[in-house]
Design a protein. Structure first.
Length: 208
């Protein structure tokens, strides 16, 4: 088996802000301009093929990594390394025999934290059977409900009548119950409610 550590992000094609890809996502939501960006399958198969080729040629020793900028479908910043998956909390390596597609979650033998193990998705297996599984790509769907966001009600006053608006973070256009004007929430408040996703490291396990 071969292993890679990956840290990947693109620039949003609409607003140019950084958007992390914390797994082989098929779509990603830009937290800055709210665009939904489609990531074509070829994008991932190309990246995995390049990385695997380099590892197979022996150009990357275990523990060694590279970073690159790719100008293609997206403006991509990619960091990858020849690295067996490890616990992101304490840095302890997982053992090779623990890395099986049906593991579900892996418990770190040192700190007890769990990492998610997921089999390669169907579309990827068809195109690229060497990719066996992923570690730490828990957020495979991009509609993760905003874990670090502000919770509880927020008071924002209607700029027209000064009444308190109910802001729940679901809709950026909030109707005022008193004067019926629709208030578009300013960037600062909206970003507090929907903080940008941060980049995390994830791993790919290749067969053979
Ligand atoms: Zn954007
Ligand atoms: Zn640990
Ligand atoms: Zn009002």
């Amino acid at each position: 088996m071969r292993y890679t550590l990956i840290e990947c992000g693109i620039k949003c094609p609409k607003c140019d802000n950084p958007v992390p890809l914390n797994g082989p996502w098929e779509t990603v939501h830009c937290d800055h301009c709210q665009a939904d960006i489609l990531i074509p399958h070829d994008y991932w198969t190309d990246i995995f093929a390049d990385i695997l080729e380099e590892i197979n040629k022996g150009e990357l020793e275990a523990g060694e990594g590279r970073s690159s900028t790719i100008w293609g479908t997206f403006n991509t910043t990619l960091m990858y390394g020849n690295q067996i998956p490890y616990c992101l909390d304490c840095g302890t390596d997982f053992t090779a025999d623990a890395l099986t597609p049906d593991a579900g979650t892996l418990k770190c033998t040192e700190c007890g934290e769990t990492s998610v193990v997921s089999p390669s998705p169907e579309w990827l297996r068809e195109e690229y059977p060497q990719v066996k599984l992923f570690v730490n790509t828990a957020l495979l769907s991009s509609d993760d409900p905003n874990p670090e966001g502000v919770s509880g009600p927020i008071v924002f006053t209607c700029p027209q009548c000064g009444s308190a608006l109910k802001v729940d973070g679901e809709d950026r256009l909030v109707p005022c119950e008193y004067c019926n004007v629709k208030v578009y929430l300013p960037d600062g408040l909206w970003l507090r409610l929907h903080p940008a996703k941060s980049k995390t490291r994830w791993f790919v396990v290749f067969e053979g």
